[in-house]
Write a protein that binds this ligand. Structure first.
Ligand SMILES: [Mn+2]
Length: 436
């Protein structure tokens, strides 16, 4: 087998707006508007600078079935850059950009591009005159597709790399997005690499024989799509483990960050001004890192945590306090380069009560509370509760809809809820004790 390298990307959702984040300036609005196109440009840059053999787009290149003219034009332009370097591109259509009757390309794509048909197809990739890989793929014909596409992906032999392109939720019960599970894909022993699309988190589900991977969305669009985003640079070498390297592509990063008012050695902030100073220090730290990383900016949802006297002042006028902090931070950092845009500030502080450990030593009641809390944190049934709810919130509704407010019940959220409940109980017991 010949060694091959390629880029695997998916779910570009070109032209899709980033979620509305409040009253932004025109400059910032245009940065948000260009972000998905910037990501495409970075993907093509990575293909060219690594001199890859080809580029795979595993569905949802466009956000909408009625493709925008700008998205079509930019895609054609970017793919032409690959053509100049003699690099082919392979595209399957997903649930957002199915190949139905209305979906002809407004702008013709260059001839180095193969868009897979709605029936399974196999395309050969020739390198230096020899067959080096086969790409097997199939496009959605409408916005949902219940066909078991993978079962029609059959390669004549395994003498060259066989790569399957599939847009799927990888959920056997989900008939909208190509029902299947990981074992179905593993059972296709003629496929070496499953280039998946649809799920916006980056996941490597199986490392070899076959590789099964989602590169995730190249540019996050809301606070449910936080952190670094990118595409995979894939190297397949004979008799070696496949190598997948993340190439960062997002110019704008979404972030949900905790700011603990008890950080540092000093006293926690007592006034709003002191609290804002704490935010400023934190933001400057982030900005200095971002300026080295070609990040245009970050959109942050803050969770203010910790214990201190300022808590009571903050919760007295909770929404006014968080709006005031938000406004100040937007004004100071929202227009800088790199920018930090504060999406919102969630006040989750508590009263300055002694640690539960200490209280537990003083009275039996607090000792009991502590052991109940410990039990809850490791309770098997609660962990299962988190599994069940997590699943409901992750799959209910269209999670690709940027306006869909995600609330994913995961282990960390559950632990936070337990700790916060404990804090409330301790606060009110102490209050009662002080008042009696
Ligand atoms: Mn999709």
């Amino acid at each position: 087998m010949k060694p091959i390298t390629f880029i695997h990307t998916a779910d570009l959702h070109l032209g899709s707006p980033l979620k509305s984040i409040g009253d932004v300036s025109e400059t910032l609005q245009s940065k948000l508007h260009n972000a998905t196109f910037d990501a495409l440009c970075r993907i093509i840059d990575a293909a060219l600078s690594n001199d890859v053999d080809f580029v795979l787009f595993s569905g949802d290149v466009y956000d909408l079935e009625s493709r925008s003219i700008r998205a079509s034009r930019v895609l054609a332009e970017e793919l032409s850059r690959l053509k100049e370097a003699d690099i082919p591109a392979y595209i399957i259509a997903g649930n957002h950009d199915p190949l139905s009757r209305n979906s002809g390309h407004v702008v013709e794509l260059p001839d180095n591009v193969h868009v897979f048909d709605t029936e399974a197809e196999t395309v050969e990739f020739i390198k230096d005159g020899d067959l080096a890989a086969r790409i097997l793929g199939q496009s959605y014909r409408s916005s949902s597709d219940s066909r078991k596409m993978y079962s029609h992906f059959t390669a004549p032999d395994t003498s060259v790399w066989n790569i399957g392109m599939l847009h799927t939720a990888l959920d056997p019960k989900n008939n909208n997005y190509v029902p299947c599970n990981i074992d179905d894909l593993k059972s296709k022993s003629d496929i070496h690499y499953w280039a998946l699309g649809h799920i916006h988190d980056r996941r490597i589900l199986h490392k070899e024989n076959p590789v099964i991977a989602y590169p995730g969305i190249p540019q996050g669009r809301d606070t449910g799509e936080t952190g670094e985003k990118g595409c995979f640079l894939v190297e397949l070498l004979p008799n070696q483990q496949p190598k997948l390297t993340l190439v960062p592509t997002a110019s704008i990063l979404w972030d949900v960050r905790k700011l603990n008012i008890n950080i540092g050695d000093g006293e926690p902030p007592k006034t709003l001004n002191e609290l804002k100073r704490l935010f400023r220090t934190e933001i400057e730290k982030l900005r200095s890192g971002d300026s080295e990383d070609s990040v245009a900016g970050r959109i942050i949802r803050w969770h203010l945590t910790g214990k201190g006297d300022i808590h009571e002042k903050l919760v007295e006028n909770r929404s006014e306090a968080s709006e005031d902090i938000t406004e100040t931070l937007r004004r100071e950092f929202g227009e800088l380069d790199p920018f930090i845009w504060t999406e919102s500030v969630h006040i989750r502080t508590g009263k300055p009560v002694p640690p539960l450990d200490e209280l537990a030593g003083q009275s039996e009641l607090f000792g009991d509370i502590q052991s109940v809390m410990e039990e809850m944190k490791t309770d098997k049934e609660l962990t299962e509760f988190d599994d069940i709810l997590g699943e409901i919130w992750e799959t209910d509704g269209d999670y690709e809809d940027p306006d869909y407010e995600k609330f994913i019940m995961d282990e960390e959220t559950l632990q936070t809820m337990i700790s916060e409940a404990g804090q409330r109980i301790v606060e009110s017991l102490l209050e009662r004790r002080n008042n009696s």
